[in-house]
Ligand binder design. Structure first.
Ligand SMILES: Nc1ncnc2c1ncn2[C@@H]1O[C@H](COP(=O)(O)OP(=O)(O)OP(=O)(O)O)[C@@H](O)[C@H]1O
Ligand SMILES: [Mg+2]
Length: 293
């Protein structure tokens, strides 16, 4: 990211924490319990479904953990959870201790909480109305013993409905990463996510384009099945950062299905997006230090 972009992003974060658009404080914010100290909450959102939010959330979690950070994932997709399977926790169950739920830890040390970790069977459908789903998000924050976390990544359900609204209003979100795929890099869909974040005073860290191209396994040439990338153009249209692309890669899909994603994710995937998350977190820490001091 260029210095001027970094400056712009910092200004936005500063405004949200200090300025006119101060994030909700007090009764609206869910309380953190005595067994959790989450330093930074980062949301992963998209204007529509199936574009690879959960994948990008997984990439950020695994890469941040590989850099030595303490990482958790709150799977806010209550009715369509995909994080546990992807991170090798199929069949695992979260334990309850006293009044609290203990998240399940992956092999690589990522703490995970998801509806699928509390259902009796993974295939049980969650047939809940909006307010109950929002209540589950509250429980995953207030009643979960997250421990010490540098980053809690929130994997959102698709769209701009009840859950993102609850998360934006009630969790101390430092920023969001928006995910899109070339087919729906129609500006309207990305625009919905950007506009929602702006209305809720949540900083947008930038845009990731998933399924951007395919690499020929023989010659390595990049093929753009959906036409040339529109990442840069779309990011510019909404005055947000372009944080990188992911190719369509059958090995990624396979590792998600097999639950081996954490082991098999190539090192350095989406490094610019990971750098941005880290740099915003450092900036927020510096602001907080300034406030405390
Ligand atoms: N770049 C990619 N290469 C190969 N497969 C991918 C890629 N991105 C996503 N997939 C696969 O496509 C499917 C949808 O991805 P994912 O679950 O991350 O999307 P999502 O936006 O979280 O969907 P939902 O809106 O339902 O939550 C998954 O099976 C995933 O493994
Ligand atoms: Mg998902």
């Amino acid at each position: 990211m260029e210095a001027s972009d970094q400056e712009r992003l910092r200004k936005e974060v500063d405004e949200v924490l200090h300025g006119k658009g101060k994030q909700p404080q007090g009764p609206e914010l869910f309380k953190q319990n005595d067994y959790s100290n989450v330093r930074h909450v980062i949301g992963v959102v998209s204007g529509k479904g199936g574009v690879g939010k959960s994948l990008v959330c997984g990439v950020l979690a695994v890469e941040l953990a590989r850099r030595g950070a303490r990482v958790g994932v709150l799977d806010a997709d209550i009715t369509g959870p995909s994080i546990p399977k992807m991170l090798g926790l199929s069949g695992a169950r979260a334990r309850g201790v006293d009044e609290l739920i203990v998240p399940v830890r992956t092999k690589g040390g990522i703490e995970v909480m998801s509806a699928n970790l509390v259902l009796e069977h993974e295939t049980d459908p969650v047939i809940w109305r909006g307010p109950v789903v929002a209540g589950a998000i509250k429980q995953f924050w207030e009643d979960c013993a997250w421990g010490e976390l540098d980053y809690l990544l929130v994997d959102m359900p698709p769209g701009t409905g009840d859950v993102p609204l609850t998360v934006f209003q009630s969790l101390p979100v430092d920023g969001i990463v928006i995910v899109s795929s070339p087919q729906d890099l129609v500006q309207m869909v990305v625009g919905k996510a950007v506009n929602m974040a702006n209305m809720m005073q949540v900083p947008v860290l930038g845009l990731v384009e998933n399924m951007a191209y395919v690499e020929c396994p023989d010659c390595g040439r990049k093929i753009y099945p959906f036409g040339p990338s529109r990442l840069k153009e779309t990011a510019e249209a909404f005055d947000i950062e372009a944080l990188g692309q992911l190719p369509i890669d059958p090995r990624i899909a396979e590792s998600c299905d097999r639950g081996t994603f954490e082991d098999e994710l190539p090192a350095g995937t989406l490094s610019e997006a990971v750098d941005t998350v880290v740099s915003v977190a450092e900036f927020v820490d510096a602001l907080r230090g300034g406030q405390e001091g």
